[in-house]
Design a protein around this ligand. Structure first.
Ligand code: 5GP
Ligand code: MN
Length: 333
């Protein structure tokens, strides 16, 4: 839960109409998009002038999201986005804990004189905001946005768009209500969102059953040909080169979900998914129960995240990055 002051201080900040920019991390996922678009619509309903700026574009399979067409993409409209940020009274940081998670756009936010407010559930939040609502026990930023709207006494402003957006945020960040962060409260909130117009069947189909044929065949290819189990450990990984991604026509964001698959094996407790892009390797780490992959991401791969789901990167080759990962377990076992 937040400290009482967080709500009153935020209400104070929002007591007069303001120019507001909402931001979320690069390569936005369901939680980043759902929470940011919901918060954007909610603040607009309170009478503010609000723009949502994402550092880069969203995957095609999120274009159905309510209000998604209003998203301003920094990479495509840098000057326009900069003007909005430099002219804003308040900039919200949603679903990220460090400005570096927005790449170059993070520098723009850093340079702006706006009051910064963070609402986020990742470990170790940076201290640049004047107001921070950080809670690592929360399933998603979407859940936190709901709690904030509820604490402000503004639940009646949740219309079917906001309900659908928050439902999507919570659905995706809880792995369809499966991860340990799926508390009783999460189910209560989701119940309210359904009563306000979120359609579970429709959202599920949009998010999970709208693959292109190539994307599904690529998942199959990775599981058959690319998944490796490190001998004598409970660790697995999948590594794919840029060439393989191109061969299957896989776009940014279309690998989403693949990182979780090796955990379906009973004996696998942690796994990694390596993908090469522009001479860099992006890495997704996933784990079960008490296995902490955030430590691995933070200490060895310039990243971070949560205990059971983290991310990182490497500027070495795909082969060397995988070797470094394997050695962490071989030398420790
Ligand atoms: P994903 O593997 O889905 O990209 O990310 C899993 C989790 O790790 C998310 O909560 C995400 O915010 C976090 N994460 C991913 N990449 C990075 C990174 O480079 N740095 C940090 N600090 N967190 C990351
Ligand atoms: Mn999140």
């Amino acid at each position: 839960m937040f400290q009482k002051n967080t709500v009153t201080e935020l209400q104070e900040l929002l007591s007069k109409p303001k120019k507001i920019v909402v931001t979320s991390h690069k390569n936005p996922d369901g939680d980043a998009l759902g929470s940011s678009l919901a918060w954007t619509k909610f603040l607009t309903k309170l009478g503010h002038s609000v723009d949502y700026i994402s550092p880069n574009d969203m995957p095609d399979y999120y274009h159905w999201l309510p209000l998604s067409k209003q998203t301003i993409i920094y990479e495509k409209a840098k000057d326009y986005a900069k003007n909005l940020v430099y002219g804003a009274d308040i900039v919200f940081s949603l679903d990220y804990n460090a400005l570096g998670r927005m790449d170059e756009f993070g520098d723009v936010v850093k340079a702006s004189k706006a009051n910064k407010v963070m609402i986020d559930h990742h470990l170790y939040p940076e201290e640049y905001p004047i107001l921070t609502y950080s809670d690592t026990s929360k399933s998603s930023t979407g859940e936190m946005i709901y709690e904030m709207i509820y604490a402000m006494g503004e639940e009646d402003k949740i219309d079917s768009d906001i309900a659908t957006l928050l439902y999507t945020a919570i659905l995706t960040d809880t792995g369809s209500f499966a991860f340990s962060c799926t508390t009783q409260r999460v189910h209560e909130i989701v119940g309210v969102l359904v009563s306000k117009g979120a359609d579970p069947d429709a959202v599920q189909n949009y998010v999970y059953n709208c693959f292109t044929e190539n994307r599904l065949r690529f998942f199959g290819y990775c599981l058959v040909n690319k998944m490796k189990l490190i001998p004598n450990t409970k660790i697995a990984y999948i590594g794919v080169s840029e060439k393989e991604l191109e061969e299957f026509g896989i776009k940014d964001g279309e690998t989403e979900g693949l990182a979780n698959y090796p955990l379906k094996i009973a004996d696998i407790h942690a796994c990694a998914f390596f993908r090469e892009k522009d001479k860099q390797i992006r890495i997704s780490f996933r784990s079960k129960a008490d296995f902490d992959v955030n430590v691995i991401a933070r200490e060895h791969f310039n990243g971070g995240g949560h205990k059971n789901a983290s991310g990182g990167m490497s500027r070495d080759t795909l082969e060397n990055t995988i070797l470094k990962f394997e050695n962490l377990f071989i030398s420790n076992s």
